[in-house]
Design a protein around this ligand. Sequence first.
Ligand code: LCS
Length: 398
Amino acid sequence: MENKNYGFGTKAIHAGNKKDKTYQALTMPIYQTSTFYFNDCEEGGRKFAGEEEGYIYTRLGNPTTSVLEQKVAALEGAEDCVAVASGIGAVSSIFWTMCKAGDHVIADGTLYGCTFAYLNHGLTRYGVEVSFIDTSNLDEIKKALKPNTAAVYLETPANPNLKIANITAVSELVHNYKKEIMVVCDNTFATPYLQNPLKLGADAVIHSGTKYLNGHGDVIAGFVLGKKDFINQVRLFGLKDMTGAVMGPFEAFLILRGLKTFELRMDRHCDNAMKIANYLEQHPMVDKVFYPGLKSFEGYEIAQKQMRKFGGIVAFEVKGGRAEGIKLLNSLKLCTIAVSLGDAETLIEHPASMTHSPYSSEELKEQGISESLVRISVGLENVEDIIADLEYGFSCLK
Ligand code: LCS
């Protein structure tokens, strides 16, 4: 793709693509191979020494996966990207690359449950200290920064309650303290269509590619994005030697296929979610709605500045408590009870007992994740049908 000024939808279809000179296939083929032959021993030596370009072994790189990496880099406005086997593969690959024993990490306390588990119960076993704070409060960041701080990690909007951090303000503050500290943003909820943390000052971005990027609920995948040198370190150390959590070529193919409709899907997810947030906000059986596009939402002002639209996830507290929330889920006919998000199907879950079960009940309370919180990943169905299903669910609580 030659024109860097193409629109987002055009890039999602064309960026990074390579013309197949052998058979002139329109769609990038699946190079389902673990290894690549060398014409002679010297060629293998040159490729291993980095003196000659080309593929060696799929754990280090694969043509199908490379096209996807270049496409996601173009969408996110990143110099480079490495594809990995899952979102948690992205989290672990980046931390093994950035940190060593004796380092300190600052992370927001509100994170996807397994990211929290990795940081709280995993990384700390290897001599890295982790401080969980509220990154939407700049004073807390100031207080937490230390000479050995290696990284500041946040999700915005965060899983499960869409909490917003100001990426520009956080990055400026951290880099003014010490420019080498990596500010890393998990952009899974927003996607590159709605928000580009690297353009706002962050040093690296991670994604669960399982979600909107693929969009069809049939892949587990992840991405790490950032400067070329750093991504090279993630690829050749964090991924190649530490986690080995490499993306397979078939998964790359499915995500390439999913990305062709990325812009269309995201517009529909966002429009449907806004309507559902408005519906829930006026509902007498709802205590509170969490959605960055609602004026009543705490992070609304910052979300307006750093996001283009407000995403497909809506969370809300059901009046009454945990039992009412669970009863609502169990009553629904169209919305499916399932974790994950970003699929065509509307998925609904109970964070306290599902995605955020790695948190203790005290930790959930500290993060304001209540037992009555329900999270909806608004799908691509006709929004009237989703609302009718929710209305039926609420009617079962009476
Ligand atoms: N980051 C965020 C913000 C996530 O929501 C998830 C998964 C991950 C990273 C990890 O990605 P994975 O390894 O699953 O590809 N979130 C899930 C959720 O909310 N329900 O099920 C998975």
